[in-house]
Design a protein around this ligand. Structure first.
Ligand code: 5MM
Length: 341
């Protein structure tokens, strides 16, 4: 099969009506934080048991087309001895892999960070592909303060994101391109929109320079929301209108799908915002989800480290996946939250 056909097959499997992506690629420090919040120790066995449990959720493939895994998970087995990427495939879910190696302070740009992980990426991708991964993810972060993100951070991060995407495509791996303008701070929705517009514009400029085929990427951006500490909250309709406005200005129609991150929004907010976007007039790209916290938080709360809670954990995850599946069509209603799953 040609690389083009391989990439297209993966895009076709990932971009499906009523479905989105589950981000289960928390790095070791992040999963430790999530487990600590429910009093669970982050041992390799606990991480395996939790991830095996959520990936075994009956019917998950009805609303989830792909799952992003952490490197460790690619090599782990389910309770029944099935390799976890194979378990995903059995559920009709495409396994993917987070390939960035986290972030560092960006020299010369106080307060800004840059994501690392390009060294040896080609070789790593070969191994991940043998383990079943068909797509990858790389996340850049941008902090909004009075002085950040600097132009240097915007340009330097775009450059590494585009290099990563080009390397993935050359290996037949679909890249998810994730520029995340963080929600932390007291900035307004307008400031988030201005920064995001500059960031996304630079990302697509760099993707063009690196000859990345836009039909064969997925974009995973933040929504336009006010900072967590901002005095005013915005309605789902305001978020939807501003988000779509910025995306229409910056994302070419060739991109097949925009899969939002939840970025610290509550599960309900993330679903409502996506729903409101899909109630606007049709857009050139699919608008869907690639949520981590907004899909998993209720499941973690249900689990609390007790495998006796497996059924309620799976049902909590399935419920959020189903609600977000409805939001893909603009057919979610907050009243659904009080229905039993
Ligand atoms: C699941 O977390 C992913 C990995 O994050 P770290 O490198 O910080 O451990 C993260 O990239 C995630 O995929 C995105 O932030 C989206 O997740 P949320 O929770 O924001 O929807």
């Amino acid at each position: 099969m040609s690389i083009h056909d391989e990439l297209q097959d993966t895009i076709t499997a990932l971009v499906q009506k009523g479905k989105g992506i589950l981000a289960a690629d928390e790095s070791s420090p992040t999963i430790a934080k999530r487990f600590q919040a429910i009093d669970v120790e982050s041992t390799e066995e606990n991480r395996r048991a939790y991830r095996s449990m959520i990936l075994s959720t009956p019917g998950l493939g009805e609303y989830i087309s792909g799952v992003i895994l952490f490197e460790e998970t690619l090599g782990q087995r389910s309770d029944d001895g099935i390799m976890l990427p194979e378990l995903c495939a059995q559920q009709g879910i495409v396994p993917g892999i987070k390939v960035d190696k986290g972030k560092l302070a960006l020299s010369g740009a106080p307060g800004d960070e840059i994501t690392r992980g390009l060294d040896g990426l080609e070789q790593r991708l070969t191994g991940y592909k043998e383990q079943g991964a068909r797509f990858a993810k790389w996340r850049n972060v941008y902090h909004i303060t009075k002085t950040t993100p600097s132009q240097l951070a915007i340009e330097a991060n775009a450059e590494v994101l585009a290099s990563y995407a080009a390397i993935c495509q050359a290996q037949g791996i679909v890249p998810i391109v994730e520029p995340e303008v963080l929600i932390d701070g007291d900035h307004s929705l307008q400031r988030c929109a201005e920064v995001s517009e500059a960031v996304f514009h630079e990302v697509f400029h760099a993707l063009h320079r690196h000859h990345v085929v836009l039909e064969h990427i997925l974009l995973k951006p933040n929504m336009m929301v006010p900072g967590k500490q901002h005095s005013q909250k915005s309605s789902a309709e305001e978020v939807a209108i501003q988000t779509v406005k910025v995306l229409r200005r910056t994302v070419p129609a060739a991109v097949p799908s925009i899969n939002f991150l939840s970025g610290g929004l509550s599960p309900e907010e993330a679903t409502e915002n996506l729903n409101a976007m899909n109630q606007l007039s049709p857009q050139p790209w699919e608008l869907t989800f690639s949520y981590g916290r907004a899909l998993q938080e209720p499941a973690l709360q249900a689990w609390r480290g007790d495998m006796g809670n497996a059924a309620s954990t799976q049902s909590a995850l399935f419920q959020r996946a189903r609600f977000n599946g409805a939001a893909r069509y603009g057919k979610y209603n907050p009243l659904m939250e009080s229905e039993s799953s």
